[in-house]
Design a binder for this molecule. Structure first.
Ligand code: ATP
Length: 248
């Protein structure tokens, strides 16, 4: 059976008004339930492509078709971007408040459920400044999950965190994505994070970004042993070679 892709880019390119060509025309399909990572050097157009997928920016050529409407899409930014004066619960509730979804008790229940999913139910009343960087990022993910999205677009969400916290959040994200059947498009410049998380890695060239490789990642299981396995190292080496190729 041929399942229609959730995202389909055809000849999508982006040139900014100042003349910078961020993206060369490219084609990309993302299918339901896939975890797809955009990997490339700084400034190669990953964020631009993700923003176009979200409808936050428009391509200057080509077409982007998205099967998921705005209400079932969530976007996670590089920083947690929380309201510093508001409690954790109020931060997570924001998308529900903005969309006026459900009554007060229903919103409260959904917020608590989202916080439980990221292990922060005990911190509902805390202020962002009382949390560590990793916990703030988990609040940001809870805020993205509270609307029960089908498509999660994540722009290097764990880039500012230490390796241990990052690896922990990678595991949480994989578990959440599997449990909710999410389709995820994830941006990173970490080869290791790309191998660990992804079903497929899209390797981009330096600017203007084009796709130099579309690599399926084989993983019998994704756990601490995978990170130090020959299978992992081999796939990291393939991504590394593709990245180098994209610099030419
Ligand atoms: N609004 C804009 N106007 C002009 N140029 C822009 C604009 N937004 C991005 N650019 C440029 O387009 C290029 C691609 O930017 P983008 O943020 O998509 O890259 P990136 O791969 O996400 O980088 P990083 O990994 O550092 O976040 C960069 O050279 C950037 O300076």
């Amino acid at each position: 059976m041929n399942i229609a892709p959730v995202l389909q880019a055809r000849g999508v390119g982006r040139r900014f008004p100042n003349g910078v060509e961020a993206l060369a025309p490219l084609d990309l399909d993302v299918r339901a339930g896939e975890f797809v990572t955009l990997l490339g050097p700084s400034g190669c157009g990953k964020t631009t492509l993700l923003r176009i997928c979200a409808g936050l920016d428009a391509p200057t050529c080509g077409t982007l078709r998205r099967e998921v409407d705005d209400s079932r899409l969530s976007y996670v930014f590089q920083d947690a971007t929380l309201m510093p004066w508001a409690s954790v619960a109020a931060n997570v509730r924001l998308p529900l408040d903005l969309e006026r979804r459900g009554g007060k008790p229903e919103r409260r229940a959904r917020v608590m459920q989202a916080l439980e999913r990221v292990g922060l139910a005990d911190f509902a009343g805390a202020l962002p400044r009382e949390l560590s960087g990793g916990m703030r990022m988990r609040v940001s993910i809870a805020r993205a999950l509270v609307t029960e999205p089908a498509l999660l677009l994540m722009d290097e969400p764990f880039g500012a965190l230490d390796d241990i916290t990052r690896q922990h959040l990678d595991d949480e994200l994989l578990a959440l994505a599997a449990a909710q059947g999410l389709t995820v498009v994830f941006v990173t410049h970490s080869i290791f994070e790309a191998v660990y998380l992804s079903d497929r890695v899209i390797v981009m060239s330096r600017r203007p970004g084009r796709i130099v490789a579309d690599i399926a990642i084989e993983a019998t299981r994704r756990d601490a042993a995978f990170r130090v396995s020959p299978q992992f190292a081999m796939q990291a080496a393939r991504l590394q070679a593709a990245l180098v190729e994209g610099q030419r």
